[in-house]
Design a protein around this ligand. Structure first.
Ligand SMILES: NC(=O)c1ccc[n+]([C@@H]2O[C@H](COP(=O)([O-])OP(=O)(O)OC[C@H]3O[C@@H](n4cnc5c(N)ncnc54)[C@H](O)[C@@H]3O)[C@@H](O)[C@H]2O)c1
Length: 292
């Protein structure tokens, strides 16, 4: 929430008055406020997510944190959900300090009780759920011949069942609203597989299967479901990769570099906005072209 300027929006959601800066009156409620970026930045911002209540899992770090900050920057009310409560608190603090609206929840996506408590908390606070970003994910890599059953099960539980658990927990709310947006973290590994990632690849292919199913089941009810397939993005999840391997990956990317978490967050924000109102069941690769 931006607190030091006054904005007046009429019943048609057209901006009619703004005490600072220019504005572009808009029938579809896109409000541009030059010079009023989050965190004191000077860029103009497009508030495409104004008032949209958004739940982001794994929201305390990496791509999830960048997404939480981006959504808040564009006017969303953000529930930052993660197992790491210290990092949740820090992310909420960053958003609030910059004038955004956020609440933190300790959520383990494998634990239905913690998910239910979070959804109840969000409903009590904001009364609806517009967007769910199923972003929480882990890796536990090993070649097939060395992979333990625990490694396999744990990655399935978090990356695949966790996505199901969270979506199941909000779908009735979205159905009652006749609107909603379910965004999901797949991966280029969910398109092509990867050495040492039997478990991870299974989950990321699985996420795409669920997304296409939900797009069919829920599309006529005003709910869109889409997946993003990030390439190699510079976050702590890559920490286990040796520098030499990361360098080899960089060299393989036509753009010659790893991606930034913000570059995935920007795609999630577009998908969550009304600009993507006809995008449903899509699987969008954001990878700098590494797979071509
Ligand atoms: N970084 C990449 O290169 C890349 C590429 C493709 C796909 N992805 C996917 O994007 C998503 C985010 O990746 P990232 O790189 O930001 O990872 P990250 O490790 O930086 O962050 C993941 C977050 O998820 C949280 N988390 C882990 N288990 C959880 C659980 N059970 N419940 C709730 N939260 C949990 C962690 O605490 C962490 O904050 C993941 O699903 C990942 O598979 C990442």
């Amino acid at each position: 929430m931006i607190t030091d300027i006054q904005i007046t929006i009429d019943s048609q959601f057209t901006l009619v008055q703004c005490t600072k800066g220019d504005y572009i009156p808009s029938a579809d409620a896109v409000v541009r406020i030059p010079g009023r970026g989050l965190a004191g930045t000077e860029e103009g911002i497009v508030m495409r997510l104004m008032g949209k209540v958004s739940i982001i899992t794994g929201g305390a770090q990496g791509i999830g944190q960048a997404t939480a900050i981006k959504f808040a920057k564009e006017g969303a009310k953000v529930a930052v959900c993660d197992v790491n409560l210290t990092a949740v608190d820090e992310t909420v603090r960053l958003i609030r300090e910059a004038g955004g609206e956020a609440a933190g929840f300790r959520v383990d996506v494998t634990d239905k009780v913690s998910i239910t408590q979070m959804v109840e908390g969000v409903m009590a606070k904001w009364g609806r759920v517009d967007t769910l970003v199923n972003n929480a994910g882990i890796v536990q890599d090993a070649q097939l011949k060395k992979m333990s059953e625990d490694q396999f099960d744990r990655v399935i539980d978090v990356n695949l069942k966790g996505v199901y658990n969270c979506t199941r927990a909000v779908v009735d709310i979205m159905l009652a609203q006749n609107s909603g947006c379910i965004l999901n973290a797949s991966s280029i590994v969910g398109l092509y597989g990867n050495f040492g990632q039997t478990n991870y690849a299974a989950t990321k292919f699985g996420v795409i299967g669920m997304v296409k199913t939900w797009a069919r089941e829920l599309g006529s009810k005003g709910i869109r479901a889409n997946a993003i397939c990030p390439g190699y993005i510079h976050t702590p999840i890559l920490a286990s990769m040796p520098a030499k391997v990361l360098k080899m990956i960089e060299d393989k990317v036509p753009m010659g570099r790893l991606g930034k978490p913000e570059e995935i967050a920007n795609t999630y924000a577009w998908l969550a906005s009304d600009e993507a109102s006809y995008v449903n069941g899509a699987v969008i690769e954001v990878s700098g072209g590494v797979t071509i």
